[in-house]
Design a protein around this ligand. Structure first.
Ligand SMILES: Cc1ncc(C[n+]2csc(CCOP(=O)(O)OP(=O)(O)O)c2C)c(N)n1
Ligand SMILES: CC(=O)[C@@H](O)[C@H](O)COP(=O)(O)O
Ligand SMILES: [Mg+2]
Length: 620
């Protein structure tokens, strides 16, 4: 195995071309083997293997900074940069991250997981390099999906204006998680099919063979001048960025050659490479959507597995049904059709469905525009990605109470994706926004009831639910709900656990067999059910609040603030996530570590003088 001899990128420098090609195959096998075990971002990583080998052959990491947007395509980079022995631990508890992470390796230039940040980061590094009088290369690798993000496009604008030496590699596989969308995607597709583009590529390749970097510079300038006439409408030229491409991103010798040439060029350059998502693994090439981030599978007999009935599916089914009888409903996703459970909706109501690409900010403001003009927009968005739309939520939606319903998925700790993807800030950042209501259903029945009612109320309302499975509800079931009222799930004589959503199960478990302790489904997080809260305080009940969200600024804080506002006192324990970032790993274990699981609730109750009546349970 060539891979056995490669312990750092330096080891690539001495390999022959055929050894490098062999290495590409070995890397693919290793990526497939480990993704089969752990799950992971398979298709994206398979598509970037040649590029990563070429980059480490030509550039000199960690001196040169190589930035991977999202970081989900960088598995080969991890293996080649000293992590092959631990690669099998990727995304596992205590193992390496599924994305690049500065604290994990000196070769990881940025900590990432959210899309479209690489270019601004790269520009910052280029500015730091120039300001400090240093000399190294900065290379940003960004996918066509991540390129649809406003951050990437706005950074391009600054990069073009700055004219600093910086290489952007656009890894174009025509896919985001689902098919990529938008005008640039259309442009690139069409651009590649033009005969003169293909001819110039061939010509360019021939001319480039065997010429010195100096001469290349001259040829490049001449070519550039010629191209400028042809490429009149090329957006990169308009931005003042040298465009090279499109080139075959799986032609390793070709890539190495072109990178060696481009490396010498001054100013900002964009290399456009064309790759295939899932390259080298039949099933992933055929269905890169499923194999974007599959759970574990049998590598010899790769089959799709059902991930069970998820909250996302429950939302998707409910909104599909609702939209069938309400022509004003319009659903928006920022590039998360599959993850948000919207495949069925997008097929049933294609005329009332919009994928904005990775542009959460735009998605929120598009929803605002729709809401202002008579539609009932529903923005399906992951809690973690909604962070990108905070200003829009305040400025474009909340101030004027524009009726936008937010279906906030992946709320809480998410597991394998780790700190960048945990949806643990949304209550804190949303509850400070006036006019915005927040609710969290306990099951799919409540989700349906809340969604229907939220659309009737015509107000900005966020419904949050976790990355989890949920019991399916028969079609046509539309329970009603008393809006704003909490629900007593179990009566208690001395204390109540207030919780909602996923952590209700811990609350029920902790209160089981303990007649002193009751459980309340505190499903309305803003506004809180002040009436019930006042009754609890006035009744002298002790309270424990539990949430799968940061303790600071979350639901428990809201309870304390409300009590203070009501001029009431109660003995309260607030259980929530600690003031730290939670990495990838087992959700249950992290809940235990954070102190929000059933055992932690019991401990909090014991502190309040309500020890669990374990004897009863243990006797059974
Ligand atoms: C801000 C943000 N929104 C959404 C996502 C979810 N997401 C992760 S990868 C991806 C698609 C990226 O497509 P591309 O950059 O072309 O990479 P590919 O998977 O095709 O290699 C999306 C939408 C994210 N990581 N960050
Ligand atoms: C890299 C990225 O952001 C997505 O691929 C994400 O990992 C999807 O998460 P889910 O699996 O929860 O949809
Ligand atoms: Mg792509």
């Amino acid at each position: 195995m060539i891979l056995d001899t490669v312990n750092s990128p330096q080891d690539l420098k001495t390999l022959t071309q055929s050894e490098l090609l062999e290495l590409v195959g070995e890397l693919r096998s290793e990526i497939i083997r480990v993704c089969a075990q752990n799950g992971g971002h398979l298709a994206s990583s398979l598509g970037a293997v040649e590029l990563i080998v070429a980059l480490h052959r030509v550039f000199d990491s960690p001196r040169d900074r190589i930035l991977f947007d999202v970081g989900h395509q960088a598995y080969a980079h991890k293996i080649l940069t000293g992590r092959k022995e631990v690669f099998h631990t990727i995304r596992q508890e205590g193992g390496i991250s599924g994305f690049t992470k500065v604290s994990e390796s000196e070769h990881d230039a940025i900590t990432v997981g959210h899309a479209s940040t690489s270019l601004a980061n790269a520009l910052g590094m280029a500015i730091a390099r120039d300001t400090l009088g240093q000399d190294y290369h900065v290379v940003a690798v960004i996918g066509d999906g991540a390129f649809t993000g406003g951050m990437a496009l706005a950074a391009m604008n600054v990069i073009g204006g700055q004219k600093r030496k910086l290489l952007t590699i656009l890894n174009d596989n025509e896919m985001s998680i689902s098919e990529n969308v938008g005008a640039l995607n259309r442009y690139f597709k069409e651009y590649q099919t033009r005969k003169w583009v293909q001819d110039t590529q061939k010509w360019g390749k021939q001319v480039l063979e065997g010429i010195s970097p100096k001469l290349f510079n001259l040829v490049d300038r001449a070519k550039e001048a010629a191209k400028l006439m042809l490429h009149q409408e090329n957006p990169f030229y308009a931005w003042g960025i040298r465009y090279v491409g499109p080139v075959d991103g799986h032609d390793l010798p070709g890539l190495i050659h072109i990178l060696e040439q481009i490396k010498e060029l001054d100013g900002p350059t964009l290399l456009h490479i064309v790759t295939q998502k899932g390259k080298g693994y039949g099933v992933a090439e055929e269905d890169p959507i499923y194999w974007h981030g599959p759970p574990g599978f049998n590598p010899d007999k790769p089959e799709k597995v059902s991930k069970g009935y998820s909250w996302s599916a429950a939302f998707g089914d409910a909104i599909t049904e609702l939209a069938s009888s309400d022509p004003k409903i319009f659903v928006i996703t920022p590039a998360m059709r599959e993850g948000s459970g919207l495949v069925r909706y997008s097929q049933t109501h294609p005329e009332r469905y919009l994928d904005t690409g990775i542009a959460e900010d735009v998605a929120a403001t598009v929803a605002a525009g729709m809401g202002l003009r008579g539609l009932k927009p529903v923005l399906a968005i992951y809690s973690t990605f909604m962070q990108r739309a905070y200003d829009q939520i305040i400025h474009d939606i909340a101030i004027e109470k524009v009726p936008v319903v937010f279906a906030v998925d992946r709320a809480g700790i998410v597991g394998g994706d780790g700190a960048t993807h945990n949806g643990v800030f949304d209550i804190a950042y949303l509850r400070t926004v006036p006019n915005l209501q927040i609710a969290a259903p306990k099951d799919a029945y409540e989700l349906r009831a809340m969604l229907k009612k939220a659309l009737e109320l015509q107000a900005p309302i966020a419904l949050r639910y976790p990355r989890d499975s949920v019991e399916k509800v028969p079609e046509g079931t539309w329970p009603s709900i008393e809006w704003g009222r909490w629900e007593i799930l179990k009566e208690g004589r001395k204390a109540y656990i207030l919780s909602f959503g996923k952590t209700l199960k811990y609350a029920l478990e902790a209160a089981l067999d303990n007649p002193e302790v009751g459980v309340i489904n505190a499903r309305f997080l803003k506004p809180l059910d002040q009436e019930m809260l006042a009754q609890l305080a006035q009744g002298g009940y002790k309270l424990v609040t539990v949430e799968d969200h940061q303790r600071m600024g979350g639901f428990g804080s809201a309870v304390l603030e409300s009590l203070s506002g009501l001029g009431l006192q109660a003995e309260v324990r607030v259980l929530g996530l600690q003031d730290v970032f939670y990495d990838h790993g087992s959700i249950a274990r992290m809940h235990a570590e954070a102190g929000i699981d059933a055992a932690s609730i019991r401990a909090a109750l014991a502190e309040l003088g309500l020890p669990a009546q374990m004897a009863l349970r243990d006797l059974r």
